[in-house]
Write a protein that binds this ligand. Structure first.
Ligand code: CP
Length: 337
């Protein structure tokens, strides 16, 4: 049974097909493809765009979405196998997945890392446990990757640039008051290299490199697709000639679980903000961000309000790509290859 847990598991051709279907859905959004079908959306963390776009997308296809927030409006869930459940969780993912699979045709989950031990979080155990126990397809709504976001990013880049092969994609770290999830940065590195772009990861120092599993996958995809993947700490070098600037903040993995230590490390890097001066060094680059974004912390008002900012387009495209993904997983989308 297919799941949509990470684009690492999906071929370039399969992802291309999803993007083509998403484009058709953008032109003709109201369909009956999912009439009588349903999706359970499990949110272990807050959301605005993901929740709205999945719920609305299912309605536009004639189906329904059930939003559940375990620990808030639904019972807290235990995900570890074999555990003695003496903590707060009232039920195990084995039963949650089993029951929801009887009620619904799809299950989506948002489960951010715990920010205690990266050697544990990097295994993405929560969504893997759900996929193991579910008998319907599972969709990743953000764990340590954010595959729906990366598909929306690629759809947006193609809309604005056409063929993205060997276009210069800059993925830049930005300052933020807290150490954030690396998911969107991991995903941006995966999708940009899978589509053959020349990708530069800009981060302040080695401590902000992405986990090896994602940098290695990006390097492999770049080699397979005729693109490139490089890492730099030099701002001028990174921005010079860039055609896309994609911003995200994330925490330093060597300080994972020690936010006070990490704060001292990051404090000297506030100047990584994306501003008009940096954008002027580029080759008339587009700018985007997954949102939410703290204005004048990650990017200036001038950048966010510029014509080259396509962050709202990317947010809209979440709706279209997720509808294509749901249809593909249930076999209601046409295959284009
Ligand atoms: N980009 C994104 O996933 O937004 P939300 O956190 O609001 O869902």
């Amino acid at each position: 049974m297919p799941h949509f847990l990470s684009t690492i598991d999906w071929s370039r051709e399969e992802l291309d097909n999803l993007l083509k279907v998403a484009g058709e859905l953008k032109n003709e959004p109201i369909r009956n493809s999912m009439k009588g079908r349903s999706i359970a959306l499990l949110f272990l963390n807050p959301s605005m765009r993901t929740r709205t776009s999945f719920d609305l997308g299912m309605q536009q296809l004639g189906g329904i979405a059930i939003v559940l927030q375990p620990g808030k409006d639904a019972w807290g869930v235990e995900f570890e196998p074999g555990v003695i459940m003496e903590g707060d969780a009232e039920e195990h993912i084995a039963e949650v997945a089993g029951v929801l699979s009887r009620y619904c045709d799809l299950i989506g989950i948002r489960a951010f890392p715990q920010f205690k031990d990266w050697s544990v979080d990097r295994e993405d155990r929560v969504i893997k446990a759900l996929a193991r126990y579910a008998s319907v397809p599972v969709i990743n709504m953000e764990t340590i990757v954010h595959p729906c976001q990366e598909m929306a990013l690629m759809m947006t880049l193609r809309e604005h640039l056409g063929d993205v092969q060997n276009r210069k994609f800059l993925l830049t770290w930005t300052w933020h008051p807290r150490p954030l999830n690396t998911a969107v940065a991991n995903s941006a590195a995966l999708i940009s290299t899978k589509f053959g772009m020349d990708v530069t990861l800009l981060c302040p120092e080695e401590a902000y490199r992405l986990d090896a599993q994602f940098e290695e996958a990006a390097t492999r995809f770049a080699s397979e697709q005729g693109g490139s993947f490089q890492v730099t700490h030099n701002i001028e070098e990174a921005y010079s000639g860039a055609e896309i600037v994609y911003a995200k903040s994330w925490g330093a993995l060597p300080c994972y679980g020690r936010p006070d230590e990490e704060r001292m490390l990051r404090e000297k890097y506030r100047h990584f903000i994306v501003n008009e001066e940096k954008m002027a060094m580029t080759d008339d680059a587009l700018f985007s961000h997954c949102l939410p974004l703290r204005r004048n912390v990650k990017a200036t008002d001038g950048v966010m309000d510029a014509d080259y900012c396509v962050a709202i387009d990317e947010a809209e495209n979440r709706l279209h790509v997720q509808k294509a993904i749901m249809m593909r997983l249930l076999g209601t989308a046409p295959r284009r290859f």
